[in-house]
Write a protein that binds this ligand. Structure first.
Ligand SMILES: [Fe+2]
Length: 614
């Protein structure tokens, strides 16, 4: 960790306020740690409403400080999630090495770096008016490692981080330990740019016509439709090295020499012409199947490499637990295989393993490792964002002439469960919003899990997205293995939807809307204490239908971030095919005052606010 000047080591009894920041690359975020525990964490996009907002997280910082009632002068440290000067050095070094081929990308890289990355300390100091010596920097992968290990309910674990690239590292391996109440993290090994699992996958993401750093999960979804017929060719791009690492073959890539294209003409010679992003993928054509096979092949090679590396780490560390961080940890299929095949008994992936999660990781790293404050167990949930205000929803619904009802908790879950059983699609807002890319029950769209029609209606009328992308199920953790083939440790991996597992064959028809084409599902295994209202809804739905499982997808439409406030939920509800909107005790059904009540489905009670069943 690097500081402007080393601050005094804190006395263990001193309460510290530490703000962690991730910005200027992808998915900016802020997180606040008070007295060793997270108080808030939120991505800038959820507040600015610009998807993947990478700007300085002004709104996220403001939320964190306002929520905690703190003035910037009360911050003991502001921690940036990577060492921007080292990152600049990497960009400069690679551009010079590749000169003159890099001359086109060089000004672009310099503009980006000089504009923001280089001057982070000044930007933070001027935005927050904090003394420069309070501004600290962590290594990018130390932030990933801290986000994974220091939030996991384990005292000792191996750590594996993998992403596109940080400063120089693209993958690190090490271990974390809590001893005598203090945490330590040691990252003993690293693999450096341009050798990168994340960039290998991103190169295929670009080649397949998807957006790099955003659509990698589409490659994973598409992989299930293909066969890994090109895996041998993918293995020509990346090879294992004698020291247990891997190396790419640079002639197949261009990401290290130009910002224009990540793959080279030799790559195209090997795999054929790339997909035009504007051409739909038609799996009935040879071309469409070739793209699906490409996706399946890179997915398989990624899995093989991760399983191999994790297996080595298991053997070297002798530890049963593994904490995984970095954007590669969003690949639930690979996580499932690592758990099943590496020998680790438990795998912990935080709800935000990517760069946004580095905000919380950087702050925790500073607290535990740099300041040496005592370790405290971090609450095991993802709900660190703004709270939904149900009164806002009631007000706007009334102003807009919408019918709404209000219920106590028991009546509400019965009412919504009945609607879901009658095939309603429900916008569900509850409490504080999730930190990380996945809706885990506080900003979710919920639907019955059984029919293709529901899935198609969601894709067509609400999410406006490609038909090949699967939806996820949520199930009470106690009964998860009745429906899904979970390996030992699988229920834990499903806590934040971090693993993909087979649906038991006998349940695939009954769970058609959440079963991917290869029979798998990215299941969320819900513990009651984490989201009690959703848990109660699953139970109520199970009593009505016999299967306590719901389809759970993020509450947003294509191109927009997940909703945060009640007003954003309401606006989305009005613009798409949702049938019901729920926030706190309030339920709105999509029907105006003038709708003929005789035509209303059973789940529309038709009562007005003033006569609601409170
Ligand atoms: Fe990263």
């Amino acid at each position: 960790m690097v500081a402007g000047a080393a601050p005094d080591r804190a006395d263990e009894s001193v309460l510290m306020n530490i703000l962690g920041l991730s910005a200027h690359y992808h998915d900016s975020a802020a997180a606040l740690i008070v007295d060793g525990l997270p108080v808030c964490a939120v991505q800038e996009e959820r507040l600015s409403r610009r998807k993947h907002d990478s700007g300085f997280p002004v709104a996220a910082i403001d939320y964190c400080l306002t929520h905690a009632g703190l003035d910037p002068s009360q911050l003991d440290a502001v921690v940036f999630y990577e060492r921007s000067l080292l990152k600049f050095e990497r960009i400069l070094t690679c551009a010079l090495r590749a000169f003159p081929r890099s001359w086109r990308s060089f000004p672009h890289a310099m503009r980006n770096s000089l504009g923001e990355k280089m001057w982070v300390r000044g930007i933070i100091a001027s935005h927050l008016e904090v003394p420069r010596q309070k501004i600290l920097f962590t290594d990018h992968h130390a932030s990933h490692a801290a986000a994974a290990f220091l939030t996991a309910p384990t005292r000792e674990a191996a750590i594996l981080t993998a992403d596109g690239v940080g400063e120089w590292a693209t993958l690190t391996a090490g271990r974390g330990r809590c001893e005598d109440g203090h945490a330590q993290i040691e990252l003993q090994r690293e693999i450096r740019y341009p050798h990168s699992l994340g960039l290998l996958y991103s190169t295929f993401t670009a080649y397949l016509g998807f957006a790099v750093n955003e659509d990698e999960y589409k490659v994973m979804g598409l992989a299930a439709y293909g066969r890994p017929t090109l895996a041998a060719d993918v293995r020509r791009l990346i090879r294992r090295t004698a020291d247990g690492g891997f190396a790419i073959e640079p002639e197949y890539f261009e990401y290290h020499t130009t910002a224009q294209r990540s793959y080279s003409s030799r790559f195209v010679d090997l795999f054929g012409p790339p997909r035009d992003p504007y051409d739909p993928i038609d799996l009935d054509t040879a071309e469409g199947r070739r793209f699906a096979n490409c996706a399946a092949s890179v997915q398989q090679v990624l899995e093989e490499l991760l399983v191999d590396i994790a297996r080595d780490l298991r053997r070297e560390s002798g530890l049963p637990d593994l904490c995984v961080g970095g954007g590669v940890a969003l690949n639930g299929v690979a996580n499932g295989r690592v758990l099943a095949e590496s020998g680790f008994e438990r795998l912990f992936v935080p709800p935000a393993p990517g760069d946004a999660g580095c905000a919380i990781g950087a702050a925790l790293y500073a607290d535990r490792i740099y300041f040496g404050n005592p370790h405290r167990e971090v609450p095991d949930h993802p709900f660190w964002g703004p709270e939904v205000d149900a009164a806002d929803l009631t007000r706007v619904a009334r102003e807009d002439g919408q019918i709404f009802d209000q219920f106590d908790d028991g009546a509400l879950v019965d009412h919504v469960a009945a609607a879901l059983a009658a095939d309603a699609i429900v916008g569900w807002m509850d409490g504080r919003c999730e930190f990380g890319p996945r809706a885990l029950g506080h900003r979710s769209i919920l639907a019955a899990p059984h029919s293709h029609e529901t899935r198609d209606r969601l894709n067509r009328d609400i999410k406006n997205r490609e038909g090949f992308r699967p939806f996820a199920p949520v199930v009470p953790i106690e009964v998860a293995s009745r429906y899904f083939e979970l390996p030992s440790g699988g229920a834990r991996l499903g806590r934040f939807m971090s693993g993909v597992f087979p649906v038991r064959p006998e349940w695939r028809d009954a769970l058609a809307a959440v079963t991917h084409v290869d029979g798998s599902a990215r299941v969320q295994t819900l513990e009651q204490a984490m989201a009690p209202r959703l848990y109660a809804l699953l139970q109520a739905y199970g009593r009505k239908t016999g299967v306590p499982i719901l389809l759970n997808t993020s509450f947003n439409v294509a191109g927009e971030p997940i909703v945060t406030t009640a007003l954003e939920g309401y606006s989305t509800f009005r613009r798409c095919g949702l049938d019901l909107l729920v926030a706190g005790p309030t339920v709105i059904s999509k029907r105006s005052r003038s709708t003929d009540e005789k035509e209303a489905p059973a789940w529309q009670s038709g009562s007005m606010a003033e006569s609601g069943a409170v």
